[in-house]
Design a protein around this ligand. Structure first.
Ligand code: AKG
Ligand code: FE2
Length: 404
């Protein structure tokens, strides 16, 4: 009943508008201020399942993005559910201890919050929404990255298939080359995120993703769609304009904030990557190879098992960020994926690595402009306990953090 209400309400609140270029914006939404000044209008051809690059604006992100915990419109978890925000996610590690953590008995621990209690979605007591979507447009309910109901046949089927699959399949960690420096400025931390933190990350993304500025399927004006669901935190990235803006094209809402715990984990991961790079005695300053950064943007993608993303460069951040080579930090959770990367937009010339649940990939410095993409998601490869705890749909959650 509550869920029905939620769906009806979501349909009333969300709308789908085609992304419209906003050359000059000075907008105030929910006390957030952002100014965008158009610098140039360089434009490449946009195609389905690729994210073309092209920096074109100068903007100043506001620290006053929506605090999704206080202002999440129709979505609220009960006080006994997520417990997010009270933990110390990401603070716990200063040394790299990767493969062992996820495999060992305590690998599912999380300081992020209470891990055992399922997410419960209900209407906010206040019914408050920071966002007043426009009226009269198409209404689309946000995409739910988790399946509802523990007895959902899709969950049971997925768990069963996963069990069968994982009995036969060799673990791809060895095939994928393990962790380390993949190329100058590009570091892979295998199984870096503990299972407990992965679980909390899924629950948090699910909760934010069901609220204002949540998951939707991005596309272009010509009707082509990316083969993924997306939600942007901090600032919204628009595939049509390839610009960062202060509202989501799906519902007109201001993007929710990046949870503090996510940013802490990013910072710790960069420090640990520096630790790895520091083992190379010829490097006098690891920051020359891989600069540090403070993320103010997080693009959260969810790929179903047929999802993918064409080769592209991430080059829509500010010229300062790009010139300094401030890294993109990517978290993978759920099913594994084949990730391609290389110097050209050519799949035949690209290198391949399998990104598994818990992996952190960092590319900055001389690798900041690499072409990269996801060619396939490997079905039934997610950790079983993650699916059991979160009911994450078959597929892969990916979070990429950037500094504008
Ligand atoms: O899913 C991934 O691993 C990559 C995502 C990505 O490249 C992006 O969002 O720009
Ligand atoms: Fe990218």
């Amino acid at each position: 009943m509550v869920f029905m209400y939620r769906l009806i309400e979501a349909n009333t609140f969300r709308l789908l508008t085609s992304p419209v270029p906003v050359p000059y914006i000075s907008r105030q939404i929910c006390s957030g201020l952002l100014s965008i000044r158009k610098m140039n209008s360089g434009k490449d051809s946009a195609s389905e399942d690729s994210i073309p690059g092209g920096a074109g604006i100068k903007l100043r992100p506001s620290p006053n993005c929506i605090d999704w915990r206080e202002c999440r419109g129709a979505v609220e978890t009960s006080s006994d559910s997520l417990g997010v925000g009270h933990g110390s996610f990401g603070k716990r590690r200063s040394k790299i201890d990767l493969r062992s953590e996820q495999r060992s008995g305590d690998g599912n621990s999380s300081k992020f919050g209470n891990k055992n209690i399922p997410v419960r979605v209900k209407r906010s007591k206040s019914g408050q929404s920071c966002c007043k979507p426009d009226e009269g447009a198409n209404h689309v309910a946000p995409f739910d990255i988790c399946l509802s109901g523990s007895r959902d046949s899709a969950v049971l089927k997925s768990l069963q298939e996963m069990e069968e699959n994982q009995e036969n399949v060799e673990h791809p960690i060895e095939e994928s080359g393990g962790q380390g420096v993949l190329r100058p400025g590009m570091v892979l931390l295998k199984r870096y995120i503990s299972l407990g933190d992965q679980i909390e990350m899924v629950k948090t993304c699910r909760e934010i993703g069901l609220g204002p500025g949540g998951f939707y399927r991005p596309g272009y004006k010509n009707g082509a769609k990316l083969r993924l669901q997306m939600m942007c935190l901090g600032l919204n990235w628009d595939p049509e304009t390839r610009k960062y803006e202060d509202q989501s094209p799906a519902d007109g809402c201001k993007p929710p904030c990046i949870p503090r715990e996510f940013n802490q984990l990013v910072e710790t991961a960069i420090q640990d990557a520096h630790g790895l790079l520091g083992k190379d005695c010829t490097l006098s300053n690891v920051e020359d190879m891989l600069p540090a950064m403070s993320p103010d943007i997080c693009i959260v993608n969810f790929y179903t098992t047929t999802g993918r993303l064409g080769l592209h460069q991430d080059r829509d951040e500010s010229s300062e960020t790009l010139d300094k080579g401030l890294p993109v930090v990517s978290f993978s959770v759920g099913d594994s994926a084949e990730f391609l990367y290389g110097d050209q937009r050519d799949v035949n010339k690209a290198d391949k690595v399998v990104l598994e649940s818990g992996d952190v990939l960092i590319f900055g410095g001389r690798s900041r402009h690499i072409f990269h993409g996801v060619t396939s998601v490997i079905p039934n490869s997610a950790p079983k306990a993650l699916i059991e705890e979160t009911r994450l749909r078959p597929g892969r959650l990916n979070l990429t953090f950037r500094q504008y």
